[in-house]
Design a protein around this ligand. Structure first.
Ligand code: LLP
Length: 416
């Protein structure tokens, strides 16, 4: 989907140049509202870690999950408070390992660590006795929109293997750590059949923790809620999603004999539909029977199609915002990078596909939809292309929330 009028995008492209990320605050707020039944909504900031987006989340009462030292610093810069207050932590650090710098920083800040390996418990215990921890469990199965986003099962590197939970409890106790909760995130892309299984696994895992003589205050459903990228794909029924988790939470509360906080940890669901990537058509050509449209954005900006074969809706508009009339043609859309995989119309495994698009001319704008999640946050400097600018529209007012990087800034890193 595209929350913006063509005129708005045309004006912003003129003001800030292309390629350009544009986000809509009201779409993010709408998505947050749909998850309000959960006690805690924790934004997986890897999906979009711009500090202005994080500030918006904070204003809406959303907490944050950080997966690197850099993301922790972003959360702090956005005004999130470290530590645990009234049983809640505004920032949780989730990882499968602790590098030395991050270990020192989380110990210093008192940021709870969601541990995905038993080594982390020993390392944390040795420097920060009494530190609050979550245990991230791999329940032995997973699912995801591609093999690369499946985060459960024996081929996934994530989490503590479910049969190692008693051992994890023992190490946690031996290290004098404080258990806050159990967490599972088994992949991106929900299917409800699987969800029942996940909820059931959570209840069983909490029972194991109780047998080990430990208590906990919270469970986390992880993230993974999808959005409709293509026409015909359904919107998640968040009420149904909540009801399944709420039933599991109730069973767990009965088991433990006290109320239990239910957290959810979405990334994509909160931000994907809020954002578009605006690019300019810089060349058109025909090669054999293939029509190509070449735009100034590449996989250094939006990596998802090249990495996963992900589908993003596309629109073409004239530079003044007026519509490009009819006559669709099957089109390959390519970017500027010196690499043949720099194509936005491709399927999984890198197979080049076409998209029916109106016939574009140089100077037209090509808009890639639903790119608010895992767009800017996955960009790179490949081919020495500076990171591009980001604009957030709030109450009708566009605001630059990241300026464009310069080549000089990239070169400065090497002036050693
Ligand atoms: N929690 C944990 C521990 C995670 O590892 C992830 C995503 C999430 C939450 C949020 O998942 P979401 O709700 O956004 O599906 N770059 C890929 C997605 C990778 C997700 C990795 N972990 C993409 O562009 O689709």
């Amino acid at each position: 989907m595209n929350p913006f009028t063509p005129q708005t995008l045309a004006t912003l492209a003129k003001t800030h140049a292309t390629p350009l990320w544009v986000y809509d605050a009201s779409t993010i707020e709408r998505q947050i509202e749909a998850l309000r039944p959960f006690d805690v909504i924790r934004f997986a900031q890897k999906a979009n870690s711009n500090t202005h987006i994080l500030k918006l989340m904070k204003r809406c009462g959303v907490m944050v999950d950080s997966v690197s030292l850099g993301e922790i610093e972003r959360a702090l810069a956005a005004g999130f408070t470290p530590g645990v207050h009234d049983g809640h932590a505004e920032i949780v650090f989730t990882a499968d390992l602790l590098d030395r710098a991050t270990l020192a920083r989380v110990a210093d800040l008192g940021v709870p660590v969601n541990c995905g390996s038993i080594d982390m418990l020993d390392q944390l215990g040795s420097v920060s006795p009494g530190h609050p921890v979550w245990l991230r469990i791999n329940p032995g199965f997973g699912h995801g929109h591609s093999n690369k986003t499946n985060t459960g099962g024996e081929h996934s590197k994530h989490g503590i293997w479910h049969t190692d939970l008693p051992l994890a409890c023992e190490r946690l106790r031996a290290n004098g750590l404080k258990l806050m909760g159990l967490h599972m995130h088994i992949g991106s892309g929900v299917d409800y059949a699987h969800l029942q299984e996940v909820c059931g696994a959570m209840v069983e895992l909490v029972a194991v923790v109780a047998v080990q003589g430990l208590d906990l205050q919270a469970i986390s459903a992880g993230g993974g809620l999808s959005i409709p990228y293509q026409a015909g794909e359904p919107q998640i029924d968040t009420a149904h999603y909540f009801s399944l988790w709420d039933a599991a939470r109730q069973q767990i509360a009965d088991l433990l004999g006290h109320p239990v906080v239910l957290e959810i940890e979405p990334g994509r669901y909160l931000v994907a539909e809020s954002g578009v990537l605006v690019s300019e058509v810089r060349a058109t050509k025909t090669m054999g029977n293939s029509a190509f449209v070449m735009v100034d954005a590449g996989f250094s900006d939006l990596m998802r199609p090249s990495m996963y074969g992900s589908f993003h809706g596309m629109e073409i508009i004239h530079a003044d915002g007026s519509a490009v009339p009819g006559a669709f043609q099957d089109t390959v859309v390519g970017g500027p990078l010196c690499e043949s995989g720099d194509v936005f119309t491709q399927g999984e495994g890198g197979v080049v596909l076409t998209r029916p698009l109106p016939v574009a001319q140089v100077g037209d704008l090509l808009v890639l939809q639903d790119t608010g999640a895992y767009g800017a946050s996955m960009s790179s400097n490949y081919n020495t292309r500076p990171l591009i600018a980001e604009v957030l529209i709030e109450d009708g007012l566009p605001r630059l929330i990241r300026r464009r990087q310069t080549v000089a800034e990239l070169l400065a890193l090497e002036a050693v």
